[in-house]
Design a protein. Structure first.
Lengths: 251, 425
């Protein structure tokens, strides 16, 4: 579904290479995890996939279901099925969470040539999905992420994911800043979305999230490349021995 | 002291074009105001408080022409249950207005009111107090020459808002209105204002709020592109009283809104806020002066300006804390969102504090659309245009939230959204 080939990326502002030839294929229905030390390029990869400004692709390609996405605007990628759960969700005062979500859902539907969701239908769907994530009516009404705790922000990201029903979900350090209970809630939300037609790329620094979201494939990223790929046992190896051993082994 | 010749000439020319109305009970106040105008002279660009806003078109004898603005859009506040009072080019329109009667409120017209004793204590009085230390000659001119206006006496909790609707009909109309509002102890009223009023509008409102009284004011200034307006509000607050004012300005070639607030009773609260959205030939000036002269009072100034295509925003805001006004809590923020490189925001925040146990904070910023926020919204599938609009609404939110009534907040937000979406085409 998602195919990343030989992806080279540098910062636009300075001559600094961040990704140095990433190769990765995520098939539909699979959960891939990317782990790696700080500065290895994990977050950059998530930004480049979702279309953030400031990065220049110098080589390689990324396609979603065979369609090249690198020339697309972020909103076009979203409509095509890419979703990024942010490490630091942005606060938007004055714009109600519900209004924001309905605008997003309908913008994507419109872009895909589908009918917009009516207010009644939307309300019905969002209430059900919010309840599963323990997001109350007040959180839906409040301005987007304003005054939300760290856990609430992350749950709100998962709610957006649930409403937008993307094909390819990218989670950027979704576990950062979460306590165990909040992490479990978020993981349950993600697991509920696992399906045959949907792929996941879970970026994380620590193994603990992967106890709750069981990956099919684990990649270790270092210095802008994927240096090792394996099964869930690779995450445990990181947990037990740290990154140093693995990096030494592949160096 | 003699005025500079150029100022003398401009003032003489303006005064020569005006006739002092026969005001009955207000005559002494008008004479007094006229004398003050002559002594101060009308403003020009050399005056400290007019250095960012050219006053010449507000001062010149004839109003510059302004085309009227037509739209099919529902007028603002249409959904609000209110008492409507309509002025067309500054002339009261009885036909279009509701009866000037409401429970707990007495409403009279300045031009025909018999001797109203309470109004005499306010008319021109608060305006004159507001001339120190900064001259506001256009307000004095208004006191002298106002042709009409309302005298509103609030004796209890008003059942619904009074809505002043200002229509603009004639191309070169020049309207001068002066309202006086007296809120008795414990009484409460909401005043709404909307509409362009005239090609050129000089409006003054004096508000006296007694102990425990409350006045809410929400205004949406008319959208006629070429209209000009100089408005001034002078508010005096008694103990534990509350004054909250919000203004939305969309369009208008020139707007100068002056706000003079005097907190004279302990524990009083004054919040003044404003949003403006300007595109192209647009100049908007908020000039605010808040005086703390009592214990434990709170004041907030929250002004936000969205500017594009060469529009200009001005903010001059001052907090003066007098000796003995301990436990003052003063807050002032003025911010602009510049949607391109051609627009400008000029801000002059001032604090003058003579008490030693106070909190006063102020800030002023200018910036572009937040790139992080924009990416966040776009990554959810919202196109750049609508995403920019949402972030613009987010930028204005702090000011809009100063409106206490949520229904009125929505009225204002809806106007802003409509304005933004029209600009996206």
């Amino acid at each position: 579904m998602l195919e990343i080939k030989n992806l080279h990326v540098q910062l636009e502002e300075e001559d600094k290479q961040i990704l140095k030839g990433v190769n990765l294929t995520v098939d539909a229905g699979k959960v891939h995890a990317i782990m790696g030390p700080n500065g290895s390029g994990k977050s950059t990869l998530s930004y480049v996939l979702s279309g953030k400004d400031g990065y220049e692709v110098t080589d390689g390609s990324v396609s979603l279901d065979g369609q090249d996405i690198l020339d697309m605007e972020p909103e076009e990628r979203a409509a095509a099925g890419i979703f990024l759960a942010f490490q630091y969700p942005v606060e938007i005062p004055g714009v109600g969470n519900m209004t924001f979500l309905r605008t997003a859902v309908n913008a994507q539907r419109k872009a895909r040539g589908e009918d917009e969701m009516s207010a009644t239908e939307f309300l019905k769907v969002i209430r059900a999905k919010a309840a599963e994530l323990k997001i109350d009516a007040d959180m839906l009404k409040r301005p987007v992420n304003v005054g939300f705790s760290g856990g609430e922000k992350k749950r709100n990201e998962i709610l957006q994911m649930a409403m937008l029903e993307p094909k390819m979900c990218i989670l950027d350090e979704t576990d950062s800043g979460l306590d165990v209970d909040a992490m479990k809630l978020v993981a349950d939300g993600v697991n509920a979305l696992r399906s045959e037609g949907r792929g996941f790329l879970v970026i994380t620094h620590y193994q603990r999230l992967l106890d709750h979201i069981k990956p099919d494939v684990v990649h270790i990223m270092a210095d802008g490349k994927i240096v090792k790929t394996g099964g869930p046992e690779l995450a445990l190896e990181v947990e037990n021995n740290g990154y140093a051993d693995i990096l030494a082994e592949v160096a | 002291m003699a005025l500079p010749q150029i100022k003398q000439d401009a003032t003489d020319a303006r005064l020569a074009a005006l006739d002092l109305p026969k005001g009955g009970w207000s005559d002494p106040a008008r004479q007094d105001a006229l004398a003050r105008v002559k002594a101060m002279g009308l403003p020009n660009a050399r005056d400290e408080y007019w250095k960012y806003t050219k006053p010449d078109t507000l001062v010149q004898p004839d109003a510059p022409e302004a085309a009227t603005f037509h739209t099919d859009e529902t007028p603002v506040f249409e959904g609000v249950d209110r008492l409507k009072i309509v002025f067309v080019d500054g002339v009261f329109d009885a036909e279009a207005s509701d009866d000037l009667a409401m429970e707990h409120v007495a409403i009279d017209r300045l031009s025909i009111a018999p001797d109203i004793h309470w109004a005499k204590d306010i008319y021109g009085v608060l305006e004159a107090r507001g001339q120190v230390p900064v001259h506001r000659p256009l307000a004095a001119l208004n006191t002298a020459f106002a042709t009409d206006g309302l005298l509103i006496h609030v004796t209890g909790k008003a059942p619904k808002p009074i809505s002043l609707i200002y229509r603009h009909a004639a191309k070169a109309s020049d309207a001068v209105l002066h309202h006086v509002v007296k809120v008795d102890a414990g009484a409460e009223l909401t005043i709404l204002e909307n509409g362009p009023a005239a090609a050129r509008f000089n409006k003054c409102m004096e508000i006296d709020i007694a102990d425990g009284g409350k006045l809410h004011h929400v205004r949406a200034q008319g959208r006629d592109h070429q209209r000009r307006a100089a408005t001034a509000m002078f508010t005096r607050l008694g103990t534990e009283s509350v004054f909250k004012s919000f203004t939305l300005t969309a369009n208008g070639v020139l707007t100068r809104n002056e706000m003079v607030v005097e907190l004279t009773g302990d524990d009083a609260i004054a919040h003044v806020a404003g949003c403006c959205v300007g595109d192209g030939d647009f100049h908007h000036d908020d000039t605010v002066f808040i005086t703390h002269d009592a214990l434990n009072c709170e004041s907030r100034q929250v002004f936000k300006k969205v500017l594009r295509n060469g529009a200009t925003g001005v903010f001059q805001g001052k907090i003066l804390v007098k000796e003995g006004a301990q436990k003052t809590d003063g807050y002032q923020i003025s911010q602009s969102l510049l949607l391109d490189d051609d627009s400008q925001f000029l801000a002059k925040p001032e604090l003058e504090i003579y008490a030693d146990d106070v909190i006063c904070s102020h800030g002023s910023t200018s910036g572009a659309i937040d790139e992080e926020g924009l990416f966040y919204l776009r990554s959810r599938g919202i196109e750049e245009g609508p995403a920019t609009d949402l972030l613009t609404i987010a930028f204005l939110a702090e000011a809009v939230m100063e409106i206490e009534d949520e229904g009125l907040q929505e009225e204002i937000n809806w106007r802003v959204e409509a304005w933004l979406s029209r600009r996206r085409g």
